[in-house]
Design a protein around this ligand. Structure first.
Ligand code: NAP
Length: 533
């Protein structure tokens, strides 16, 4: 196996270990900072190649799902090692393709490696599979109780769409791929066309890891493509059992509709972003308006605002403290240097979205980067707007995500108005409250409303920067995500790609290991109604 750090990119699709050269609708990655085209040439995978990848995935499914958890965990550890072995070459290619700073990319690579190790530990331990055992009671009256046991089983081949804004942690070997492989599902990735070279490097890391642990090459394929055709083909394919997606509402919704229209519908787990309202309450504003403004502008501009958790709408009760917060935020915005966005499409959408806002009567530009952005360098300026609640409520487009470093601070007359707005919110990934403990007591009804609207509620923090841990929930009611029950980040994300199977009356030795009485893994289970190891 050649060391990946010295790898020459080929532009090939990686289909179950076979190299397939691009031959139709070719495209190059573009460096967003310089507009320079980057070699090599990539191209759209064909329908035959999509079929080949999914046939291979189906053929590899039994080997992957019936492999011991140790083997699948070894695969994840080997992927982590292969990513590490890519060294600086991976960071440099990702930097050229996305313009994300090297420090950010280094941190994100650490997160991707950490995710591999986290899921390896999860499946070695076994409690995640929620094994339940109810022993038979043959002499129960009036009817005997049968022996019933249930455990989670993988769904089958999963199609993954990587995100443009997290080339490592939500990319080819991001959270979707890693938890699908951990569960025992082969994966076919549709690479993001904005960073195909990074996709190829990460895809080769998985290929090498599969070879190292002796699992079939069909467990993984990477297909490139630009335009909707290849993605739609993969979702329609009868062997696809589930889809993981992070991106736009338009793309996610289109794929949900394609999946629902199949003769056998399948789940599409789409994480589609939101406006992430932030409520700054009076006590907090009185105590620390300037400090909150500093953290807020930092959150809005982090990663050039290219996060689905960007705090795009702030609401507070009108008065001098809110005015101070607005003027501090506006002053800070002027000092933010314009930065290069991920690709020209996202940059144009940002420019167009904020230009539409500026035509809305009653919406004021409070402050923006004083240095003008360079369109040659795909740059975006930070823009902080202010408005009143009636303008926000009467203009639907202000309540839709504009991806980039912009945000709207809204003056509300009373608590009742805040509550009315919160009650009308669409599903959101997050909502944030800045307050004192007294604020939280007085505004408790706001928390009760937000519990019905969002996936994660943050107190005195900001929604950007997501901790990858067992209790994280990164999802929310539609349109933030397609299924509010599921998270796309953290260990609970594995439940997207499994389903329960129940065994009744089986002899011990014919049961999956996690359901046997001996419980050799020592996993936490519910046995005859009692939670124990
Ligand atoms: P995107 O346009 O939704 O694309 C994501 C992936 O889905 C790409 O591989 C794309 O490839 C594919 N796709 C999109 N629409 C499709 C369709 N109708 N049928 C089949 N495949 C489809 O997202 P993006 O390029 O990352 O960024 C664009 C916008 O998405 C941003 O401006 C932002 O609003 C949003 N976004 C949200 C998040 C989030 O975390 N929720 C992250 C990034 C971006 P093809 O177009 O080549 O088919």
């Amino acid at each position: 196996i050649p060391p990946l750090s010295s790898m020459t990119l080929t532009g090939n699709h990686l289909i179950a270990g076979r190299e397939a050269a691009p031959h139709s609708h070719t495209f190059n990655a573009t460096n967003p900072t310089t507009s320079e085209k980057l070699d090599p040439v990539y191209g759209d995978a064909t329908h035959a190649e999509a079929d080949e990848a999914l046939q291979a995935a189906e053929a590899a499914f039994d080997a992957l799902r019936l492999a011991t958890p140790e083997t699948r965990a070894a695969l994840l550890d080997a992927i982590a090692d292969e990513i590490t072995a890519l060294g600086d070459a991976l960071l440099e290619r990702a930097h050229a393709e996305t313009a994300l700073p090297m420090a950010r990319l280094t941190g994100e690579r650490g997160r991707a490696i950490g995710q591999c190790k986290l899921f390896a530990a999860l499946i070695r331990e076994g409690s995640w599979a929620e094994a339940r055992v109810d022993h038979a009671i043959p002499d129960r009256q009036p009817l005997p109780k049968p022996d019933v046991r249930r455990v989670m089983m993988p769904l089958g081949p999963v199609v993954v769409f990587g995100a443009s804004n997290f080339p490592f942690a939500i990319g080819v070997v991001g959270t979707d791929t890693v938890c699908a492989l951990a569960a025992g599902c082969p994966v076919v990735v549709k690479g993001h066309p904005a960073h195909p070279g990074t996709c190829e490097m990460m895809g080769r890391a998985v290929e090498n890891a599969l070879r190292k642990v002796g699992l079939p090459a069909g467990c993984f394929s990477l297909l490139h493509g630009k335009g909707n055709d290849i993605g739609t083909t993969l979702v329609k394919h009868p062997l696809t059992q589930a889809v993981g997606f992070t991106g736009s509402l338009r793309g996610g919704r289109a794929l949900m509709d394609v999946a629902a229209a199949r003769p056998t519908p399948i789940p599409v787990y789409a994480e589609m972003g939101s406006v992430n309202p932030v409520f700054v309450l009076p006590g907090a504003l009185k105590e620390r308006a300037s400090k909150i403004a500093e953290a807020y502008v930092g959150s809005v501009t982090m990663g050039v605002g290219q996060f689905c958790t960007n705090p795009a709408i702030v609401l507070g009760i009108m008065g001098p403290d809110l005015q101070q917060f607005i003027s501090s935020s506006a002053a800070l915005a002027t000092k933010v240097a314009p930065q290069t966005m991920l690709h020209s499409g996202i940059c144009q959408a940002y420019g167009a979205g904020t230009a539409v806002w500026q035509t809305i009567k009653g919406l004021e530009l409070a402050g923006q980067s004083e240095t003008p952005p360079s369109s040659d360098a795909t740059q975006a300026a930070c823009r902080i707007f202010t408005t009143t609640l009636d303008v926000l409520e009467n203009n639907e487009e202000l309540n839709r995500e504009v991806f980039g470093p912009c945000s709207i601070i809204t003056e509300c007359p009373t608590l009742d108005d805040l509550l009315r707005y919160a009650n009308k919110l669409e599903g959101q990934l997050t909502a944030t409250i800045h307050g004192t403990v007294e604020d939280l007591r007085e505004y408790a009804p706001l928390v009760r409303v937000l519990e019905k609207k969002v996936g994660r509620i943050i107190f005195n923090g900001f929604p950007t920067g997501i901790e990858v841990c067992p209790s994280m929930h990164h999802g929310g009611p539609y349109p933030a995500a397609s299924h509010s029950f599921f998270t796309s980040i953290g260990t609970a994300s594995i439940y997207r790609f499994v389903r329960p199977v129940c065994y009744q009356g089986f002899p011990e030795e014919a049961l999956p290991e996690l359901l046997q009485d001996a419980n050799p893994r020592g996993a936490m289970r519910i046995v005859d109604g009692e939670i124990k190891r």
